[in-house]
Design a protein around this ligand. Structure first.
Ligand code: SAH
Ligand code: SF4
Length: 354
């Protein structure tokens, strides 16, 4: 199923064409997979038996294996999946989305991973703690949606690329994935309900701005001056704020949707009111909304979130700068802590058991 879920109508038509089949067969298969949610070739009753056998050979039977599930019905649920090569990834299902950029929503959100590990090594993040292992294929990304839907019995209608990995560092596969998620023959999720989050890869932000699927963009800012940002995000040395904001301006010139700035609040690191005022001035200039996230403690890292009072002072200072700002209260944070942690814990348990 993973490999089939990574096909676009065009690529599937091409593969079937090479085997001597007509394009309408691709449409039939997409209908089974996406509309009827049937992945087993044996059940695709309107296909000739010979084609079904060929398909079974072309697309080996590989699934995401659900290893852990934490959380309960009606709350945030965190999945740990094992990939066919034994690596682990996480996805988080959020049944009613908390206010994201000031809009509450009853959408069913899935937060997906795009890589195993992450190469960007932000100092506060669990995903990068053990470096980068590999990119996920388009099928491995969309299979997270299918698997979460099967486990929850709900239809996912909002996707955020805020799980493990840097989506824009896996640009080629992300680009195909966006097409599959958005297409009428695919998952049919509106572009406005897909948000890509990035630590700020400038060239790919420009590519995303030109992508045919007009998704939303969230920038993980976490520092409003180069000095503060580069302390916690090494990527800032490669793409300093000036370049990042130029790419952001290009993005907004191409899109109707407002940009989002994600800003984790870490005590004593980036939570000064001067940073709040600077953040507001950048956001105002780029017409971006600000989403403040009190830091989730990560095992083995010593960072902490600021006091409730400081969080309130910070958000007030941003709003006083004329910007829409929210504080995200992650319902899931007691069960999942920060993304990337569950995987590390399970890897450690497995290592200890062998
Ligand atoms: N690599 C991309 C997307 C994945 S990270 C990016 O950095 O944007 C998704 C979001 O979770 C980012 O804003 C990231 O900074 C944030 N995050 C990482 N660790 C966190 C933690 N311990 N507490 C709160 N947010 C965290
Ligand atoms: Fe990678 Fe994003 Fe974590 Fe930074 S915050 S290490 S870019 S996943």
């Amino acid at each position: 199923m993973i490999s089939l879920l990574g096909e676009t109508m065009e690529s599937l038509t091409g593969r079937l064409g090479a085997l001597g089949h007509k394009p309408y067969r691709a449409r039939q298969i997409m209908e089974w997979v996406h509309e009827k949610r049937v992945g087993d070739f044996g059940s695709m009753t309107d296909l000739p038996a010979e084609l079904r056998a060929e398909l079974a050979r072309e697309f080996p039977e590989q699934q995401l294996e659900q290893v852990r599930l934490s959380g309960s019905k009606d709350t945030t649920r965190k999945f740990l999946f094992r990939l066919p090569d034994g690596q682990f990834i996480e996805s988080v299902f959020i049944p009613a989305s908390p206010a994201l950029y000031g809009e509450t929503s009853d959408r069913k959100t899935l937060c997906v991973s795009t890589q195993v590990g992450c190469a960007y090594g932000c100092k506060f993040c669990a995903s990068g703690l053990r470096g980068w292992k590999r990119n996920l294929s388009p099928g491995e990304i969309t299979a997270q949606v299918m698997a979460a839907e099967q486990a929850t019995g709900e239809r996912v209608d909002n996707i955020v690329f805020m799980g493990m990995g840097e989506p824009l560092a896996n640009w080629k596969n992300l680009s195909v994935t966006l097409e599959i998620l958005n297409a009428p023959w695919g998952f049919e999720i509106g572009a406005r309900h897909i948000t890509v989050s990035t630590s700020g890869l400038v060239p790919q932000i420009r590519e995303l701005a030109d992508h045919p699927v007009p998704v939303r963009l969230a920038i993980s800012l976490h520092g409003a001056s180069d000095e503060v940002r580069e302390q916690i995000m090494p990527v800032n040395k490669k793409y300093p704020l000036k370049e990042l904001f130029e790419a952001c301006a290009y993005f907004t010139s191409r899109r109707k949707q407002k940009l989002g700035f994600e800003y984790i609040l870490i005590a004593g690191v980036n939570d000064s009111l001067e940073q709040a005022r600077l953040l507001a001035s950048h956001a105002r200039r780029l017409d971006a909304k600000v989403n403040l996230i009190p830091y989730n403690t990560v095992e083995g890292l010593s960072w902490e979130r600021p006091s409730e009072t400081r969080q309130q002072e910070f958000v007030r200072a941003v709003r006083d700068g004329g910007v829409v700002a929210t504080i995200r209260r992650e319902k899931g944070h007691d069960i999942d802590a920060a993304c990337g942690q569950l995987r590390l814990r399970v890897e450690d348990e497995l290592a200890a058991a062998t």
